[in-house]
Design a binder for this molecule. Structure first.
Ligand SMILES: NC(=O)c1ccc[n+]([C@@H]2O[C@H](COP(=O)([O-])OP(=O)(O)OC[C@H]3O[C@@H](n4cnc5c(N)ncnc54)[C@H](OP(=O)(O)O)[C@@H]3O)[C@@H](O)[C@H]2O)c1
Length: 253
């Protein structure tokens, strides 16, 4: 694995030498780390000194992301597919030896009235936003048990609130929050902390699927979510930040 690190500027809260080494020696894997929120999380973790692994489907974008991040391991896998997911975490274990933090940030979004939502839309949303969390977490579990690690799931305000025209996405994100809460209870005795981040509309590729124009400057920025993830990861072992909601200050779009 390449060990060079990105030379880009650090956000102000990560400028002290202590912050730059806060995650030194830790392996942080971001599923969906090639773009958007996941990419910003990978960047923040790398700046804090972690060994970073990113997982996504599109090889070309993984390459670009790796170049921008500097010194990360990239793994190509569709985490809605069990075999690919299991293989990816096997390779990860072989390369890194251990895993401290799993961030599940893969997801997709469909904006459609219920009566036009097809079974394909339904299935894509359930697989992309819920099955993906199940498969990646299960595949990572042996490594997380060994390290008494952490799981951080990037969910959504749609895990708690209903918005019109998002039935398939909302069903999946409510399910993913339910799964997160069960995991938190089941994995607690194994010393594994499980947290959820619930962002509102965030300035990434995903908002192109919104069925109306949005002012991207008004949205939460991916770096804001990354900052929240970092504070969850850096909380002392005796404290679990269970659920963090982060929304545009001007209200929902
Ligand atoms: N943006 C928002 O407004 C918003 C708001 C609330 C919650 N969220 C949630 O935040 C998470 C990240 O979204 P984002 O806005 O950052 O989206 P994004 O910019 O589209 O990034 C999604 C990332 O996940 C990867 N991915 C998607 N499906 C995958 C799969 N089946 N297997 C492996 N990798 C996969 C993508 O790469 P490939 O396509 O190459 O696989 C990409 O790296 C999602 O769970 C989303 O629901 C987003």
């Amino acid at each position: 694995m390449d060990s060079t690190r990105s030379q880009t500027e650090s956000p102000s809260s990560l400028e002290s030498p202590a912050a730059e080494s806060a995650l030194r020696g830790k392996v942080v894997t971001v599923v969906g780390g090639s773009r958007g929120i996941g990419f910003a999380i990978a960047q923040a973790a790398a700046r804090a000194g972690a060994t970073v692994v990113i997982i996504a489907r599109e090889t070309a974008r993984l390459r670009v992301a790796a170049k921008e991040l500097g010194g990360v391991l990239t793994l190509r896998a569709d985490v809605t597919q069990e075999l690919q997911t299991v293989r990816a975490f096997r390779v990860l274990g072989g390369n890194c030896g251990h895993l401290d933090v799993l961030v599940n940030s893969a997801g997709m979004f469909t904006y459609k009235p219920f009566e036009r939502t097809t079974i394909k839309d339904w299935s894509l949303n359930l697989k992309g936003n819920l099955t993906s969390v199940f498969l990646a977490t299960r595949a990572a579990l042996p490594l997380l048990v060994e390290s008494q690690g952490q799981v951080v799931n990037i969910l959504s305000v749609s895990s708690r609130h209903a918005f019109a025209n998002c039935s398939a996405y909302t069903a999946a994100k409510f399910g993913a929050l339910g799964l997160t809460r069960v995991l938190a209870e089941e994995l607690r005795p194994k010393g594994i902390r499980v947290s959820a981040i619930l962002p509102g509309a965030t300035n990434t590729r995903l908002v192109r699927a919104f069925g109306f124009p949005v002012d991207r400057e008004r949205l939460v920025q991916p770096e804001d979510v990354a900052q929240a993830v970092l504070s969850v990861i850096l909380a002392p072992r005796h404290a679990t930040v269970a659920e963090t909601v982060i929304t545009p200050s001007g209200g929902s779009v």
